[in-house]
Write a protein that binds this ligand. Structure first.
Ligand code: GLC
Length: 550
């Protein structure tokens, strides 16, 4: 059961990792070229975002052909070379399965548009309501309404994301069968990990109706049938193998459902991504707003998910960053004054928790938000939609830009900073998205800031492999209400691991309970000076420290 509990997964965003074909877009050969770098970090699995044929309206999450490679990323030979070379370094591949929707350029959608009834039933098509309003009042997650006109028919198709991402009809068994074929195709290629994109929204209600809140999430999120579909997916595909690691991306889910999705006894998934901890700087739940993050809320959410998953036998994916999130160090720390402390403290906070840590490219060298000044510098469709909406809502250009600077998904999609040469060593052509200005100081060859952070990550990865308590230990919190420190205790076979993480720039103190002080403590790892555990334990700016207690 615990075969994957010692693993660490690295996410590379192919478009921005390394370009070897001089088209300004990263490619599979670029990933292959950098395998020694990844092997040196010590990671076990490499998650790649979609590189299948796609019009790239949503950077590949609009898939036009599931079993193909988009020529911008390379060829089949490149893929075969990548997987076998990765394996020779002991690194397995995890691929992104985008099974909730296809691109409207997908053959299925095109056939449906041409009038083929079989393929029309692959999507979710409805007529207008009697009063002439859209089939339901649901909103698209990328702004606007979730329905668009289906060709020149009188029907509308559902798209929970962009208008070019049509939701598939999972109630149709033929659709499910086709999708299972896709998953099996990649498993047969030797892929050992699967990340299922927005998988908890595949089960729309049977009868689609207006939502009271005008948004609609409850009509398609975590519906009971999603669990049936995932069990079937498991049985028909990866469940036939012994060693496949799966993670479901869960939009707005609950701990209760998280347990169901990831408790091994239910034969669903190995683990899940949940996002509540990354909404603690949304003002009144609105992403496109600026608010200092709510630390107590952040801790409560991490705590609730740790505790709930221990109790229910579920498993969390642990992460701060991915291709949809602004950089966590820019968000929860001080990258100007304490770049090393910020990045190492954030890393330690999650790497020593119960679950599987994910590292998003560049966080291991302290990459930050790029702080673009110009709207044109952003490529992301969600960002452009949000800008339009904010302007319509009366927000000034300057304010909208300030918000985008903090919240855009492009913050994390900037090219990987390999060195201090032109384009940060990412490409010798103009990159598809501008490189962050700080690449001369933050890059994989920098021996100061970036190297210190990277060395720390390497140690954290190694510790997870060496110390069973990190893999299997229980979880308990200390002083949940402490205003600046997140402290927790893991326990396994009579030993404890105490982890103290300070999220602010001034010194602060936490009182260590006698029960822990009475044990034999040894300093395990920290980003400050090595010292003894004492009753009133003082932490410096963004300091983190962990002790093993016997
Ligand atoms: C997931 C992906 C995101 C994409 C969306 C729609 O949230 O991570 O990048 O835009 O799904 O596929």
């Amino acid at each position: 059961m615990s075969t994957f509990h010692d693993k660490v997964i690295y996410q590379a965003y192919p478009k921005s990792f390394k370009d070897t074909s001089s088209n300004g877009i990263g490619d599979l050969n670029g990933i292959k070229e950098k395998l020694p770098y990844l092997a040196d970090l010590g990671i076990d699995m490499l998650w790649l975002n979609p590189f299948y044929k796609s019009p790239q309206n949503d950077n590949g999450y609009d898939v036009a052909d599931y079993t193909s490679i988009d020529p911008i990323f390379g060829t089949w030979d490149d893929f075969d070379g990548l997987i076998s070379e990765a394996n020779s370094y002991g690194i397995d591949l995890m691929l992104d399965m985008v099974l909730n929707h296809t691109s409207t350029e997908h053959e299925w959608f095109q056939k449906a548009l041409a009038g083929d009834k079989k393929y029309q039933d692959y999507y979710i098509l409805r007529e207008l309501q009697e009063d002439g309003s859209l089939p339901t009042n649901w909103e698209s997650k990328f702004g606007g309404k979730a329905w668009s006109k289906f060709g020149d028919t009188d029907k509308y198709y559902l798209h929970l994301y962009d208008v070019t991402q049509a939701d598939l009809n999972w109630r149709n068994p033929e659709v499910r069968e086709e999708l299972y074929k896709v998953v099996n195709f990649w498993l047969e290629k030797g892929v050992k990990g699967l990340r299922f994109d927005v998988i908890n929204v595949i089960g729309k209600d049977e009868i689609l109706e207006d939502a009271e809140d005008g948004v609609g999430k409850s009509h398609y999120t975590d519906t009971p049938i999603v669990h049936d579909y995932i069990q079937e997916l498991n049985k028909e595909t990866f469940g036939r193998y012994e060693d496949i690691v799966t993670v479901g991306e869960m939009s707005s889910t609950t701990v209760e459902n998280g347990v169901k999705y990831s408790n091994p006894e239910r034969n669903e998934l190995s683990m899940i991504f949940s996002f509540h901890h990354l909404k603690v700087d949304y003002k009144d739940g609105e992403k496109w707003s600026i608010m200092p993050f709510d630390f107590i809320e952040l801790k409560k959410i991490l705590h609730e998910w740790q505790e709930g998953m221990v109790e229910g036998g579920g498993w969390n994916a642990l992460f701060w960053n991915n291709h949809d999130q602004p950089r966590a160090n820019s968000r929860f720390g001080d990258v100007e004054n304490y770049p090393v402390e910020t990045s190492t403290m954030l890393a330690q906070t999650i790497h020593l928790l119960r679950g599987t840590p994910y590292i998003y490219q560049g966080e291991e060298i302290g990459m930050t938000n790029p702080n673009y000044e110009d709207l044109d510098e952003y490529v992301d469709i969600e960002t452009h939609n949000a800008y339009k909406k904010m302007r319509e809502d009366g927000i000034s250009h300057d304010e909208a830009m300030a918000i985008i600077k903090e919240k855009s998904r492009d913050n994390s999609r900037t090219p990987m900073q390999w060195d201090d040469s032109k384009n940060a060593g990412f490409s010798d052509a103009e990159p598809w998205l501008k490189v962050a200005d700080n690449y001369k100081n933050i890059n994989t060859e920098n021996t100061d800031v970036s190297q210190a952070i990277r060395d720390y990550y390497k140690t954290l990865i190694r510790l997870r492999k060496d110390i069973p308590i990190i893999q299997e230990g229980s979880y308990d919190v200390l002083e949940l209400e402490h205003p600046s420190i997140f402290a927790y205790v893991r326990e396994y076979e009579g030993e404890k691991l105490l982890v103290l993480n300070h999220f602010y720039g001034e010194d602060d103190t936490i009182t260590i309970p006698d029960e822990l002080l009475n044990m034999d403590a040894s300093y395990l790892i920290g980003n400050g000076s090595e010292r003894k555990l004492e009753k009133e334990f003082k932490l410096g700016p963004y300091e983190t420290a962990a002790f093993l207690l016997k």
